[in-house]
Design a protein around this ligand. Structure first.
Ligand SMILES: *[C@@H]1O[C@H](CO)[C@@H](O)[C@H](O)[C@H]1NC(C)=O
Ligand SMILES: *[C@@H]1O[C@H](CO)[C@@H](O)[C@H](O)[C@H]1NC(C)=O
Ligand SMILES: *[C@@H]1O[C@H](CO)[C@@H](O)[C@H](O)[C@H]1NC(C)=O
Ligand SMILES: *[C@@H]1O[C@H](CO)[C@@H](O)[C@H](O)[C@H]1NC(C)=O
Ligand SMILES: *[C@@H]1O[C@H](CO)[C@@H](O)[C@H](O)[C@H]1NC(C)=O
Length: 523
């Protein structure tokens, strides 16, 4: 299986190379592609120093060069150049203002369904060749505004829900994803591929998904921006699920502004995820989220620092010092920081097992996955039981043996959303209402602030939003992040805070590929 897989991977690139040669080679662009933002690209489209075709060609070639080492991309889209041609023609013929994502290449985590030539597999061979019956809700919206679907990004296989021992960033189809800042560091997951790809400039923007930490963790350690939206703000339809109670789709990009442009494009009602998207649609502001890209967005914001259980660095570490500098800068920018706040029962919530999250998610996965598989037009597997048999049959080829499938087996042994599961769910609801809800309302907070993805279960079990952005680099150059979290629908204030923080700190540096990274000689 692995060698067959490598073959099909490289032939996908060959296909694209051949395909691109059939297009007239436009003159070489002088555009600076490194760290290119959506605004700079749109400006260059407008002043005719860049075309979407040139942009797509650039990313395809960069993927070709870097991906054998980074393993951030599973498949590139054979139709990406054709979509770019179409975008260029549209701009040429009707040069009015379009959506910011028009002609912009985007990579999608491999669990986000596309009804095109790309496979949707959650990184697993079990789903290779399965056919989705329609685009996922978020992809339908992206196509509508003219974004170019560049390909599928790798991920921790099955959103890290197959095996407890598989490393983050690993999947059978593309192998181990690599943190571009330090090969020895984890890329985290499960949206490892989107975060690596955004960090290494393999696309303009990317999309990930989160159940508990899967956007904010890889965003933090790959020095990019991740937005985990309120559950239901973005449709989960035709996305390979973990838990519909917690799953959410969100952008992973190099800047807050780019992530907000993506959020504006994908948020909203979807008839195929109607209950959750209808409920959350009330949070979407008129004029979109970009209105909150406010340079002075920290002024007057009440932000609670959660120390105990979260800020766990020794006091002389780089992280501890840098966070204190960030806090004093935030105060200088007008934020009101309330220090040493505590969420009731934090230690219970942060323990997946004690909160009831584990029990609930393990039961919900089976129901949700079987429902997803039943909607496929065709598929080699039609149930979790089929996936387990597939893994068992191929365990030698696919390292199933090493990593096992204990989580799958636990899930298969559950029998739906029974009274025990309902009890666990109501326990989590209690923990949320007496925890983050009570604290934020009592102190009238706009946000809580924590390092990296330490807060993920608090946000996860309640369906709350969070934004992670670059905070610094440790002694060996591994990035760390800062996360602003809030209650449902708090995206506008989180965006104001995150944007103002980013503009004041300008932490992000692209990976140099020099230190701790052997690829440099192959470039
Ligand atoms: C076009 O816009 C890009 C992006 O802002 C800029 O780098 C470039 O210098 C501009 N070129 C011209 C000819 O104005
Ligand atoms: C999807 O998977 C099939 C089966 O392996 C493969 O032939 C095809 O090339 C894949 N699609 C892309 C776009 O790589
Ligand atoms: C604090 O850090 C230690 C050592 O890194 C770790 O084992 C522990 O789980 C952390 N505690 C929390 C609450 O994050
Ligand atoms: C916690 O873990 C134990 C043993 O692994 C298991 O029996 C129990 O059901 C779990 N509890 C919850 C609430 O998930
Ligand atoms: C914290 O947990 C304990 C036991 O799990 C429970 O009795 C108590 O009500 C909880 N406190 C809050 C504020 O939720």
């Amino acid at each position: 299986m692995p060698s067959h897989h490598l073959h099909s991977f490289s032939s996908a690139f060959t296909l694209v190379t051949l395909f691109s040669l059939s297009f007239p080679l436009s003159t070489h662009s002088s555009f600076d592609f490194n760290e290119a933002t959506v605004d700079s690209i749109q400006e260059a489209f407008k002043n005719r120093s860049l075309t979407s075709v040139q942009l797509v060609r650039h990313y395809l070639s960069r993927i070709n060069n870097l991906n054998p080492r980074l393993r951030a991309v599973i498949e590139v889209n054979p139709d990406a150049l054709a979509q770019a041609v179409k975008a260029d023609l549209e701009r040429e013929r009707y040069p009015y203002d379009r959506n910011r994502l028009h002609g912009i290449p985007i990579l999608l985590k491999d669990n986000i369904g596309t009804a095109d030539k790309l496979n949707t597999t959650a990184g697993s061979f079990a789903l290779l060749g399965s056919v989705v019956s329609r685009d996922s809700g978020v992809v339908r919206r992206l196509r509508k505004v003219g974004a170019v679907i560049l390909g599928k990004a790798s991920m921790s296989e099955w959103a890290h829900f197959r095996s407890e021992t598989a490393p983050n960033g690993w999947c059978a189809r593309s192998g181990q994803g690599i943190n571009p800042y330090a090969a020895s560091a984890s890329p985290c997951g499960s949206s490892s591929g989107p975060a690596i790809a955004a960090a290494a400039n393999l696309a303009t923007v990317t999309l990930g998904t989160e159940t508990d930490g899967s956007i904010i963790c890889p965003a933090a350690v790959n020095s990019v921006v991740g937005i985990k939206p309120t559950v239901g703000l973005t449709s989960r339809s035709m996305v390979i699920p973990v838990s519909p109670r917690q799953d959410t789709i969100g952008p992973i990009c190099r800047t807050v502004r780019d992530a907000v442009y993506v959020l504006d494009a994908i948020a909203g009602y979807d008839v195929y995820d109607s209950k959750a998207t209808k409920e959350a649609a009330k949070y979407i502001p008129k004029g979109g989220y970009r209105r909150f890209l406010n340079f002075d967005g920290l002024r007057g914001k009440r932000i609670g620092i959660l120390r105990e259980g979260f800020f766990n660095f020794s006091s002389n570490s780089v992280q501890a010092k840098i966070f204190e500098q960030h806090f004093s800068l935030m105060r200088k920018k007008g934020a009101i920081l309330m220090d040493n706040l505590q969420i009731a029962n934090t230690s219970v919530i942060l323990d997946y097992n004690q909160s009831g999250e584990e029990l609930a998610v393990v039961a919900e996965f089976k129901v949700a996955l079987n429902n997803y598989l039943s909607q496929l037009t065709s598929s080699p597997v039609r149930s979790l039981a089929d996936v387990i048999s597939f893994n068992e049959k191929h365990k030698k080829e696919e390292k199933i043996k090493e990593y096992g499938q204990l989580v799958f087996l636990a899930s298969e042994s559950t029998d739906g959303i029974n009274s025990i599961v309902r009890y666990a769910i109501s326990n989590m609801a209690q923990l949320s209402s007496k925890g983050i809800e009570a604290l934020m309302r009592e102190k009238q907070l706009d946000a809580i602030v924590t390092p990296d993805a330490t807060v993920s279960s608090i946000l996860g079990i309640g369906g709350y939003p969070g934004i992670s952005l670059p905070a610094g680099y440790d002694e060996i150059g591994v990035p760390f992040g800062i996360c602003f979290g809030g209650l449902k629908g708090y995206e506008p204030r989180l965006i104001e805070i995150a944007y103002a923080f980013e503009q004041a700190t300008k932490v992000r540096k692209p990976p140099s590929f020099k230190d701790n990274f052997q690829i440099v000689s192959d470039l």
